[in-house]
Design a protein around this ligand. Structure first.
Ligand SMILES: O=C(O)C1=C[C@@H](OP(=O)(O)O)[C@@H](O)[C@H](O)C1
Ligand SMILES: C=C(OP(=O)(O)O)C(=O)O
Length: 441
């Protein structure tokens, strides 16, 4: 691997070897900052993800009154362990506008609580975030009585001006399988008097619900309907964040497509609403072994994963119900598909068009540039494997998952693969480059 300003490059490896510890889960870290930052009391947070997205959410909570005391700092990475003292539901108005950076999760979840707090706040982000749809949270929150104005150049987009007010409970039918929208409504529901519920069209990641159990916030799950009853108290309680399976996914694929690989990933979250990537890779023939360390550790299962190069890789169709549970892993799964015999179908995934980049277009475009056979559809792609990939200079589109996916593709491609805007990787996986260097030595 080579490295300059904002580009990173990879070349064909002799195989990946070694053991790494996967950094904290991004989705859980955002939610711990928000709920812990509102809670009554002090809690110890361990293994928080020190990525730009999650640091922005933590800073937002500090702006409204949460306090942080660092406990452990990993040089070059950040403070993963700290004491978080919540504002005990008595937040203060932020002195400055709140920067959500590149994070859809941060902005949408924060909007859910700020809509109910007794002050005006403004959420902004980078160019990518300010082009992503916010109407999907403005609509249900407005039904609850929220006063949110989208100030962006693009209609329905950030910056968001939020004038906090008293909210009413609602029942909301989620029009898309989005854990962010579900969570924004459920977070607002903590403040509304009565029962707020959300019916999701398919199972989406359930970290919000698990954290409600952890922090003593009332909630029920009845099939696809999740309900909470407010106003609720939040009791501070220590927590350790498991490793992020969406970050582990890059190595699951790397050790599957590169001959002579044998790696172990420690401390990976194995919540079943997140593990569809493992099911799909196993169907394709990947040799993945799991050692469960704990079936329920503070509400989330986690374990170690060993991966080694399989004999052969075959195509599969990703099922519609699997899509929400591997939505962020689709670019790297598409890379795996380029190494599989046959045609892999990835459809029913039009949500990918509104991520940090249009991931249908950016994944298809970069695979084609490397020589893969790809068909693009409105709701996904098909990839026919077998054509050898060749390295080239590729756009990263400022999208962390696109940059990491194609750096992994470069590990089994002819020549050099270079990604621009690779600094975006810090959005979710600071330490990716050093893990790459460690495993592919
Ligand atoms: O709730 C969350 O933490 C997330 C939900 C997903 O987004 P959607 O809810 O928009 O599908 C995912 O893409 C994102 O990285 C994190
Ligand atoms: C889509 C992602 O995150 P967010 O929506 O929080 O920006 C992601 O991490 O791939």
């Amino acid at each position: 691997m080579t490295n300059s300003a904002h580009t990173l490059s990879t070349r064909r490896t002799q195989g990946l070897r070694g053991t790494i510890t996967i950094p904290g889960d991004k989705s859980i870290s955002h939610r711990v900052a928000i709920l812990g930052g509102l809670a009554a009391g002090r809690m110890t947070v361990k293994n928080y993800l020190c990525s730009q997205d999650c640091l922005n959410t933590l800073r937002a909570m500090q702006q409204i009154g949460a306090k942080i005391t660092p406990l452990r700092e990993t040089p070059g990475y950040g403070v993963t362990d700290f004491i978080l003292e919540g504002c005990c539901m008595q937040p203060q108005a932020p002195a400055q506008d709140i920067d959500c950076g590149n994070s859809g999760t941060g902005m949408r979840l924060l909007a859910g609580i700020l809509a109910a707090l007794p002050f005006t706040s403004k959420l902004y982000g980078d160019a990518s975030l300010c082009s992503r749809p916010m109407q999907r949270i403005i609509q249900p929150l407005s039904l609850m009585g929220a006063d949110i104005t989208a100030l962006g150049e693009k209609p329905g987009c950030a910056p968001l001006l939020i004038r906090g007010t008293r909210l009413q409970p609602i029942h909301y039918n989620l029009p898309m399988a989005s854990a962010q929208v579900k969570s924004a409504v459920l977070l607002a529901g903590i403040f509304a008097e009565g029962t707020t519920s959300v019916t999701q069209p398919a199972v989406t990641r359930d970290h919000t619900e698990r954290l409600y159990a952890h922090f003593g916030i009332p909630y029920t799950v009845n099939g696809l309907i999740i309900s909470t009853t407010g106003p609720a108290d939040i009791r501070a309680k220590d927590i350790t964040v498991p490793g992020d399976i969406s970050s582990a996914a890059f190595w699951l694929v790397a050790a599957t497509i590169c001959p002579n690989s044998d790696i172990t990933l420690l401390n990976v979250g194995l919540n079943e609403t997140r593990t569809a990537v493992i099911d799909v890779l196993r169907r394709m023939g990947a040799d993945i072994r799991i050692t469960l360390r704990s079936a329920e550790h503070e509400g989330e299962p986690y374990g170690d994963i060993s991966v080694r190069t399989p004999a052969r890789l075959v195509a599969t169709d990703i099922l519609p119900e699997e899509i929400p549970n591997l939505i962020d892993e689709i670019p790297i799964l598409a890379v795996a598909a380029a190494f599989a015999e046959g045609t892999t179908g990835i459809r029913n995934a039009k949500e990918l068009r509104v991520k940090e980049s249009d991931r249908i277009a950016t994944t298809a475009g970069n695979l084609r540039r490397m020589g893969a056979n790809v068909e693009e559809y409105e709701d996904g792609i098909t990839v026919t494997g077998g054509a050898p990939l060749h390295g080239c200079a590729l756009p990263g589109y400022g999208d962390h998952r696109i940059a990491m996916s194609f750096l992994i593709a470069g590990l089994n491609a002819e020549g050099t693969t270079t990604l621009d805007t690779a600094d975006a990787i810090d959005t979710s996986y600071p330490g990716f480059a050093s893990h790459l260097a460690k495993l592919s030595r």
